[in-house]
Ligand binder design. Structure first.
Ligand SMILES: [Zn+2]
Length: 175
């Protein structure tokens, strides 16, 4: 369920609501309190090493367990997207990044523990400074360095990643 579907009572005055909210806002029928439901922001990074190969992980957990993905995760409160990219990559695969460049954003949704969160994924490309130090850490079952042009977008865990990979591949073919 979308987070808004859990709002059967007003979180301000406690009044039971006649209907669950629609769209991206909860409005209390009793006190008029309004609460907006905006997407969470996540980042993912297509990381290349010297020989041009890119790191793809196999996800350790659902959603998308076992499927391919660029490493990434959710942005913390108060954190910049570029900082989140560097932190998540360090935590998940032990890599330090250089030349972190914005690629594109894509809407996504992420189902976890009964709640389906609306998400906006920010995709970056980057270069690994210590490619030999890559390791499967948090939420990563294993990883591979693959020719990014040989990976089929449909093998990626989420539609947002499929679109982003196709866009990156376009960019690589032009360069
Ligand atoms: Zn209320």
């Amino acid at each position: 369920m979308n987070p808004r579907d859990f709002y059967r009572h007003c979180p301000r005055c406690g009044t039971v609501q006649a209907a669950t909210p629609t769209g991206n806002v909860f409005t209390c029928g009793h006190c008029g309190f309004r609460l907006f439901f905006n997407p969470a922001v996540a980042i993912a990074v297509f990381i290349r090493r010297e020989d041009g190969r890119a790191l793809f992980i196999h996800r350790a957990k659902d959603p998308g367990k076992g499927r391919l993905a660029p490493p990434g995760g959710f942005i913390d409160l108060g954190e910049r997207a570029e900082e989140a990219a560097c932190r998540e990559i360090r935590e998940e695969v032990g890599l330090e990044l250089a030349v972190v460049t914005f690629l594109c954003s894509q809407p996504n949704s992420y189902h976890y523990a009964e709640v389906t969160y609306p998400v906006l994924d920010f995709f970056f490309t980057a270069r690994a400074l210590n490619a030999d130090g890559a390791a499967a850490l948090d939420d990563v079952a294993q990883f591979e360095w693959l020719d990014p042009l040989a990976v089929r977008p449909e093998d990626m865990a989420f539609p947002s990643m499929q679109t982003a990979l196709a866009q990156w591949q376009e960019q690589l073919r032009r360069s």
